[in-house]
Design a protein around this ligand. Sequence first.
Ligand code: 13P
Length: 252
Amino acid sequence: MSTMMVAGNWKMNASTATTADLIDSLVAGAGQLSANVEMVVFPPLPYLAQAQQLLQHANIALGAQNVSDKAQGAYTGEVSAAMLKDFGVRYVLVGHSERRSLYGENDTLVAAKFQAVQAAGMVPVLCIGETLAQREQGATLSVVNGQVQAVIDALGVDALAAAVLAYEPVWAIGTGLTASPEQAQAVHQAIRAHVAAQNAVVAEGMQILYGGSVSGATAPELFAQADIDGGLVGGASLDAQSFLAIGQAAQS
Ligand code: 13P
């Protein structure tokens, strides 16, 4: 697949000043990237309005890191999919390992959030990945395919036609450890095969991003793999030059 996505998950890192600096630099640099690369930024929720303004005439899409599974009403502190859509959000992360492990989000809630995002006309980015212990037990593929299957069981395989997947091995997130291109490719290929067994057309069209300590140095080899369709970048997305270097690595 030649369309590549390079997505920056800022996590809980931002201020109005850094948002302005970072997005201004990204807008200036992203214009040089070839048309096969889609850049997306995922600021913390309070900065969406500012980011939407700054991205108005830019070729960079806006994403959100979290969403409520509920549509509206008495859910103090929650933010609905319709509200995100109202601020120009196109992509929403669901199932990030930090949400699963630190905030107790299980497959049922992840599927409900996935559905809420699609119902509002946005695209869920479904994050999946195994822990180090699971990898050492040889459970990597059963874990990641199980996380994908939970969404298929809840919503049907066709739901994946309007979604992006992101394989993020938990042991590679924020650790400086990157899965080798071969390790990542093997998992991406297995996920695509798992979906292909249920719908070959959906599997073929599905973008599968890799995440976990992606940098300008590691991106070229990762992106050269047949089943890696871009990156979900944490730390390196907070620095415009590093993030743009990853965007350049995605050019065909
Ligand atoms: P790092 O790139 O900081 O490892 O984070 C990856 C990630 O979790 C992106 O969602």
